[in-house]
Design a protein around this ligand. Structure first.
Ligand SMILES: Cc1cc2nc3c(=O)[nH]c(=O)nc-3n(C[C@H](O)[C@H](O)[C@H](O)COP(=O)(O)OP(=O)(O)OC[C@H]3O[C@@H](n4cnc5c(N)ncnc54)[C@H](O)[C@@H]3O)c2cc1C
Length: 373
């Protein structure tokens, strides 16, 4: 049956109700565009509702810039009821018994991101800083990391987008309709169309399925993760990561992370090409987790989240108009850092769609979908 609230037309249709789609809807609705967002499940059904919950500073000039702008957006547009980024970050610890490895990474972080105020914490000192930790671990401490409940920012953007006039339809799988190399509508499963002047694809790892030219060689692939929510007696204050978690070449193994937000500690994660059977991954995560935080062994489990990271082949999101189809835009491919960088790119694409300018950030060729044609 057709959704009664489904408008016949709009300026901009958005497919995908994750962090990117909902923040883009807010930017565009506030700028005066009529916006219809179509989400095939509930809002935040994908990674935006199932992530580890760490807003963190990535390495690399461009991701760091996107992160800084994202933090400003959170502070400007959301408030403490959604996520609280008012004070200093909680801090992150990169952990390992491998002191040489930690010092190597620390040297890189000092070069690439001196603002992270990285410092080395020797074995024996780490437990003074974070009593929940196991013995035998040294750490690098970083001035980054805001823990947030996984879906909080997405739901906060969606609420504000609605208040600004955007129409948000859930349980509404959609696809773009192209005629004469121009997007003309978003089509729902029922066959009904919402006519639009422009359409934004923000469908995370599923985005390439919606672009004919990308089906054979998708520029974005899903990398599946699992997070176990635990009720730890002594939850760590810092965000905890295993040394090596940011390195692409470790993408098939289990990598420890623990982020306490929204009343639970999210223990992660794996990096898998195919959707895993969570029941077989959970024991693996618990086994690894207790070598870093012994309390993991006895903590009651509050839930398990499985979802796919939208990983672009060159590691940078695709932001801009898709070559060959006028009016069809994309903002997707933020990998393991979409909560930390997504809203800045949504702001860029909203500006490009409405005014032809991505200000305040520059639309760099590294982000352009042109690199995949
Ligand atoms: C285990 C794990 C932990 C993570 N931890 C962190 C973290 O701590 N910090 C961080 O910054 N990032 C983290 N991430 C990454 C982050 O969650 C993602 O990069 C981000 O959520 C992607 O947002 P998105 O809006 O692009 O995509 P998604 O959240 O995947 O949203 C896309 C939406 O599109 C919808 N959709 C798909 N196809 C259609 C269709 N045809 N019609 C309508 N709707 C459709 C989907 O249902 C989905 O809701 C993590 C990811 C994983 C998997």
């Amino acid at each position: 049956m057709a959704n009664a609230k489904e408008p016949a037309s709009c300026d901009v249709a958005i497919i995908g109700g994750g962090i990117v789609g909902t923040s883009a809807a807010l930017f565009m609705a506030r700028a005066g565009a009529s916006v219809v967002l179509l989400e095939r499940g509930p809002l935040a059904a994908g990674a935006s509702g199932r992530n580890s919950g760490a807003i963190q500073h990535p390495l690399g000039r461009l991701p760091a810039e996107l992160h800084r702008r994202t933090v400003s957006i959170y502070r400007e547009l959301l408030d403490g009821d959604d996520i609280d980024l008012a004070g200093r970050p909680a801090g992150a610890l990169i952990l390992s018994p491998d002191v040489e490895g930690l010092l190597r990474v620390r040297a890189q972080i000092r070069r690439e991101a001196p603002e992270l105020e990285s410092s080395f914490i020797a074995e024996g000192e780490t437990q003074k800083l974070e009593p929940a930790l196991a013995t035998g671990l040294a750490a690098i401490s970083l001035a980054t990391g805001y823990p947030v409940a996984p879906s909080a920012a997405t739901l906060g953007f969606a609420r504000r987008a609605k208040a600004a006039g955007a129409v948000i339809l859930t349980d509404s799988p959609a696809r773009p309709v192209i005629e004469n190399d121009r997007v003309i509508a978003a089509e729902l499963e029922s066959g009904r169309r919402v006519r639009c002047k422009q359409l934004l694809l923000a469908a995370g790892p599923w985005t390439p399925e919606l672009v004919e030219a990308w089906r054979a060689v998708p520029p974005i692939r899903p990398v599946w993760g699992v997070v176990v929510a635990l009720r730890l007696v002594q939850p760590p204050r810092h965000l905890l990561f295993e040394l090596g978690i940011a390195e692409q070449e470790t993408m098939t193994s289990t990598q420890f992370s623990l982020v306490t937000a929204g009343g639970h500690s999210g223990l992660g994660s794996v990096f898998l090409e195919d959707e895993p059977d969570a029941a077989s991954v959970v024991p693996q995560l618990l086994r690894r987790g207790k070598t870093f935080v012994p309390g993991v062994a006895t903590a009651p489990m509050a839930g398990v989240r499985t979802c796919a990271r939208p990983v672009a082949y060159d590691g940078q999101p695709l932001v801009g108009e898709i070559p060959g189809t006028s009016g069809l835009f994309v903002c997707a491919g933020h990998g393991p850092l979409g909560i930390s960088t997504g809203p800045a790119t949504a702001e860029m694409v909203a500006g490009l769609m409405l005014h032809g300018s991505s200000a305040p950030l520059e639309a760099l060729p590294e982000l352009s979908p042109l690199r995949y044609t």
